[in-house]
Design a protein around this ligand. Sequence first.
Ligand code: AMP
Length: 279
Amino acid sequence: MMIARTRGELRELTGSGDGIAFVPTMGALHEGHLSLVRAAAEVGGPIVLSIFVNPLQFGSTEDLASYPRDEDRDLSLAGAAGVDVAFVPAAEEIYPSGGSVTVDAGPLGRILEGAARPGHFHGVATVVAKLFNLVRPRYAFFGQKDAQQVAVVRGMVRDLLFQTEIVVGPIVRDVDGLALSSRNAYLTEEGRRRALALWSSLRAGEKAWRAGGSPQEAETAMHEVLAVAEGVEPDYAVAVDPDSFVAPPEGTDEVLLLVAARVGTTRLIDNLQVTRDRD
Ligand code: AMP
């Protein structure tokens, strides 16, 4: 595996770069990231993985400084998974002028996760646009774990006419259901146990939805689980339309259950898309 730290090195290593498969990450790699690398391997072209903790997507009170970083470990995992080029830029490479021209993520960027983390999706859209311009990927791989991020990136690709095809990988979970996340590294043993409430609330929402409940009833079922979970502070628990992220249309069979909660000082998100059979 080759390592590019500057835009120039990236250009040299990717050359005319036909059919590049790109996996953007913030590092602290885990099986979720590696599943995207394996999906990227299936399209056959060179695989570029970026590791960049993007300051613009962190709020001033968030965990930018403490975000887990372990470059040596990440590079060895990426190399073993089959990445051809790791792009590991410093912030000055991505924001050479400080960065006053940015990408607005649109209305979808201001609800739910965007409301809880003002400016977050503006940072995401901006960095993804920059990385797409540098890597010029044919395909880019994102995890369903960050469902709203996928929708924001898809919207950006559609509206700004990017030529990259977005491919979405399923959520990778631990055996007990906890969604893998770099932020799980912050959890104590007890915190990790408490964090399972997010998965339990999604399962409760799923059960209510499959039993014929309304979106509101699914949300109530999710909230009931979170309300009795010790040390878990929910931000939101909702049942939305999987495309628009607003209230599902009357009569729909498909909802996306979304949950965000703080476990101690660690903020976690998870989601589950559920389709019920018509009877
Ligand atoms: P991050 O490093 O957290 O920015 O994540 C990089 C990419 O990996 C994003 O597209 C995430 O959605 C994806 N990802 C993170 N966790 C998981 C997971 N548990 N399963 C699948 N994809 C994931």
